[in-house]
Write a protein that binds this ligand. Structure first.
Ligand SMILES: [Zn+2]
Ligand SMILES: [Zn+2]
Ligand SMILES: [Zn+2]
Ligand SMILES: [Zn+2]
Length: 256
């Protein structure tokens, strides 16, 4: 008996739900069933069917305003899981005003992307895609050969730990129009082959030759530079030549 009655209510509510989406506000208010009363499952009060909503997969209906307030409350407290476990996306589209639904959709995508190892977003084209999380750590011979052939920007083969980092964090964008690679740990794009993120960062900060951009250290930095402007030069033949040419071009104000 109760189940029948419930089924009947559900059918009415479905009609309302469909009509609420497709009818204009004027048509909606003139809908004959809007004066039919039914009980809100949350407040237990009788109210017009047109003010009730039945979430997908549930037999009950509740006051649309109460559902709306509940979802907004969860959003304010940032309890997205409370919302996703109780409502489907199409429910939320129905219950929420458009700008709040938009906010929810953006936040839930962001949450999904920030969960480690499941989803990621290409830093170049912003396409989100799912990651293969079944990386086992044991490599097939082909993978080992490919890894062993990897070289950094200077053409040097890379260390074993850098190979491991590459395997774990180097991602190629699945969007065919993009296809760029990046690091899914620090989001550097392109991926920093030959270094872990921290090494890469300190390499970025280190002084470089002003002509060839090679990283400078004690052994490859020019000694006794002719001016402060020419202090960051490496000892490569070509760069030394460029330095000498620059030397003759120093302006009276000190600029090179
Ligand atoms: Zn991309
Ligand atoms: Zn990185
Ligand atoms: Zn140089
Ligand atoms: Zn000047």
């Amino acid at each position: 008996m109760f189940a029948n009655e419930c089924q009947q209510k559900k059918t009415n509510a479905c009609k309302i739900k469909v009509n609420a989406k497709t009818l204009s506000a004027e048509q909606r208010t003139s809908f004959p069933n809007r004066w039919m009363n039914s009980q809100c499952w949350l407040s237990k009060k009788d109210m017009p069917v047109c003010g009730l909503y039945s979430p997908d997969g549930h037999k009950w209906f509740a006051d649309r305003k109460m559902l709306n307030q509940y979802v907004k409350k969860c959003l304010n407290k940032n309890q997205l899981d409370q919302i996703t476990t109780r409502f489907t996306v199409s429910d939320l589209k129905d219950i929420l005003p458009q700008e709040i639904f938009q906010d929810y959709a953006e936040r839930s995508l962001k949450e999904l992307l920030e969960k480690p190892g499941t989803f990621c977003k290409c830093p170049a084209c912003s396409s989100p895609f799912e990651l293969d999380v079944s990386i086992t750590g044991t490599l097939v011979p082909e993978e080992q050969t490919t890894l062993a052939k990897l070289t950094d920007d200077d053409g040097n083969s890379i260390s074993e730990s850098a190979q491991k980092h590459y395997m774990e964090f180097r991602i190629r964008c699945r969007n065919n129009q993009c296809g760029k690679d990046f690091c899914r740990s620090c989001w550097e794009q392109p991926y920093h082959i030959g270094f872990d993120c921290e090494q890469f960062r300190s390499k970025q900060d280190a002084p470089k030759c002003r002509f060839c951009s090679k990283q400078l250290n004690e052994s490859n930095r020019v000694s006794n530079p002719p001016s402060k402007a020419l202090a960051s030069v490496c000892t490569d033949e070509l760069c030394l030549t460029k330095m000498k040419v620059s030397c003759t071009k120093v302006l009276p104000c000190g600029h090179v």
